[in-house]
Ligand binder design. Structure first.
Ligand code: PGA
Length: 264
């Protein structure tokens, strides 16, 4: 795992955009795994800018999102499909039919089949080249709440109290926050060829330290990224403030620049 500690949210977003843009330029038909939330918004803004101002080409790119609220149609302003269209896809030359977000309106009886198909689609597309991840206040990646199996697959999940509270900031009242979601599993996420893990702000510092430097545990599903061979973590100073190995990460990041080889 390589950990880059940067000054602030803007620098985190730019560095993350560098990683994505490098892949898109090198492999124009790549498959991106995408996340929603406040964390990747700056990354998406920067990608739209690079498309508009520098011609970064997304015409052959495919994307798969991590999750979607169960019960919300894509036309709902708080749905993740809506978020992705607004914050990213509408600003790029990506083909909408190449963007996949789980469908929150699948009837209960068809959920299992739908989730299986979502996974098959990922495989058919060649697998995810780079998966963008944020971390929830409870340590989740995607909606894999504490206790989710580390080999879980795409499925219907129940949201825990903290997530409902955290996400209520986007809704008129907490009662409107969906209680369920369709989410890629931890096992699904770990199959991506590379992970790009982002976090910002002091509020995330403690849970980030647990995820990166604590034991691998289903109690903090983000800790499962320790099992992956190619992970780039980008943190701002606030999110990195509780790490015990920060000076080592800085040393390794400097060395990486000097040598010119990725030091995972
Ligand atoms: P956030 O959400 O980026 O809005 O903090 C992260 C998450 O819940 O995964």
């Amino acid at each position: 795992m390589r950990v880059w500690i940067v000054k602030d949210y803007e620098e985190m977003s730019k560095k993350a955009a560098d990683v994505v843009a490098e892949l898109v330029s090198r492999k124009p038909g790549c498959v991106l795994g995408l996340a929603t939330g406040s964390t990747p918004e700056g990354l998406y803004r920067e990608l739209v800018r690079r498309h508009k101002e520098e011609g970064l080409d997304f015409s052959k790119v495919k994307t798969f999102n991590l999750d979607e609220y169960y019960g919300l149609p894509g036309s709902h302003p708080q749905s993740y499909r809506y978020f992705m269209n607004e914050k990213l896809f509408n600003g790029l030359n990506i083909r909408k039919e190449n963007t996949f977000v789980p469908d929150g309106t699948v009837p209960v009886k068809e959920i299992e089949k739908f989730c299986k198909k979502y996974e098959e689609r990922i495989k058919k597309a060649g697998g995810i080249d780079l998966q963008v991840l944020g971390i929830g206040g409870d340590g989740h990646i995607a909606f894999n709440e504490p206790g989710s199996s580390l080999s879980s697959r795409t499925r219907l999940v129940a949201l825990n109290e903290q997530t409902i509270k955290d996400n209520s900031r986007f809704f008129k009242s907490i009662d409107e926050v969906p209680r369920y979601a369709l989410s890629m599993g931890v096992g699904t996420i770990l199959e991506a060829r590379e992970l790009l893990f982002l976090a910002n702000g002091e509020k995330k510092a403690e849970v980030v330290a647990k995820a990166l430097e604590g034991p691998v545990t289903s109690s903090i599903t983000a800790s499962a990224i320790q099992l992956h061979q190619r992970v780039t973590v980008i943190l701002d100073e606030g999110a990195a403030s509780r790490l015990t190995r920060a000076s080592f990460y800085k040393f390794a990041a400097e060395a990486e620049k000097k040598i010119g080889i990725d030091l995972f």
